[in-house]
Design a protein around this ligand. Structure first.
Ligand code: HEC
Ligand code: HEC
Length: 278
């Protein structure tokens, strides 16, 4: 199966990034923005005796290379910290057992290792998407039905198979907690639908996988990924994946049904998971 190497590349990038993902996600809550920018600045070319390696096919003086390193984000740390507490708090759900983190575990790539997540009312219908680098997306959910991270949050809050609650309950709960009182005061906000959303969004904006091995590689460090990942990268380009998968999140860049371009399997492997079916 010729896609194997590509999968290895994808998996390799994802797995090797996990450590950095976490480090960056957590550290962006602790360090100032200058430190994040500095991390990026270390993406310089380290030319040291890896001459047998093919350098990335990239003219570093131009920005027209189809894939760019993940860009840093200017994060309000106090607001992000409040968002982190909200993100991990199961008391936001109707049965006080399900937090955002239940389905977006940061140690499992910001998504759920289970095929389907378990929410308040049992098994959901879809696999959870990662929250890492999510602020760079321009559409949200598998079907792209939402255009902003703020609007996306309404989904899990109300969804019966997720948190099964409403904003009134969340605002009541956060208003009555002394811990939240302090956290909200620190950012000069009071608990409301919009401030809770704002804090959760700020937290997610901090979850950037800066300086991952592949990012260092395309920035010129030819030793940042191993040979098999490099072969996958070559195949990714020669097979045309890069025709669609570009930008810093290497996403498909369009909303379409899976299998759309595989005409011979059209219908058979195509997902029936459409936006209007739920
Ligand atoms: C019970 C599991 C569950 C809980 C709880 C949950 N999510 Fe999700 N999340 C999912 C699933 C499943 C999807 C994909 C849904 C879809 O495509 O329709 C998703 C999608 C997302 C996305 C979209 C990512 C993208 O790239 O499109 C974001 C962001 C997100 N969730 C953040 C949150 C936040 C913030 C919370 C807490 C307020 C939360 N989730 C709670 C399961 C969950
Ligand atoms: C015609 C455009 C196109 C081409 C060519 C293409 N893809 Fe995709 N791919 C998409 C779209 C659109 C999606 C779904 C949206 C997304 O994840 O960005 C997707 C999704 C994916 C996903 C799932 C991503 C996730 O978040 O779960 C993987 C993995 C993937 N493609 C790998 C590949 C590989 C490997 C190749 C080359 C063999 C390839 N794609 C070629 C458009 C394309």
């Amino acid at each position: 199966m010729k896609n194997k190497k590509l999968l290895v590349l994808c998996m390799g990038i994802m797995l090797s990034a996990v450590g950095l993902l976490l480090w960056d996600g957590y550290s962006s809550l602790q360090h100032n923005d200058g430190a994040m920018v500095e991390t990026q600045a270390h993406n310089h070319h380290e030319a040291h005796g890896h001459g047998h390696r093919t350098a990335p096919d990239r003219n570093s003086s131009t920005n027209d290379f189809p894939i760019q390193p993940v860009p840093p984000e200017n994060v309000d740390k106090d607001l992000a910290r409040l968002g982190w507490v909200l993100f991990r708090d199961p008391n936001l759900s109707s049965n006080k057992q399900i937090s955002c983190e239940s389905c977006h575990e940061l140690t499992t790539s910001g998504s759920d290792p289970r095929p389907l997540s378990v929410g308040v009312n049992g098994l959901g219908t879809r696999n959870s998407l990662t929250v890492f680098n999510v602020s760079d997306n321009y559409r949200f959910f598998w079907d792209g039905r939402v255009n902003t991270l703020e609007d996306q949050i309404d989904g899990p809050v109300h969804e019966p198979f997720e948190m099964d609650t409403d904003w009134k309950s969340i605002v009541e709960y956060t208003s009555s907690s002394s811990r939240y009182k302090e956290l909200f005061e620190r950012v000069s906000l009071s608990p409301s639908e919009s401030s809770v959303k704002q804090a959760l969004v700020e937290f997610m904006r901090s979850l950037k996988t800066l300086n991952a091995p592949f990012d260092r590689y395309i920035a010129g460090d030819t030793s940042a990924i191993d040979d098999s990942a490099e072969r996958g990268w070559q195949a990714f380009q020669s097979l045309g994946c890069i025709g669609c998968h570009r930008g810093s999140n290497v996403g498909g860049g369009m909303v379409m049904q899976f299998g759309y371009f595989g005409l011979e399997t059209r219908g058979a492997e195509r997902s029936k998971d459409l936006a209007d079916s739920r």
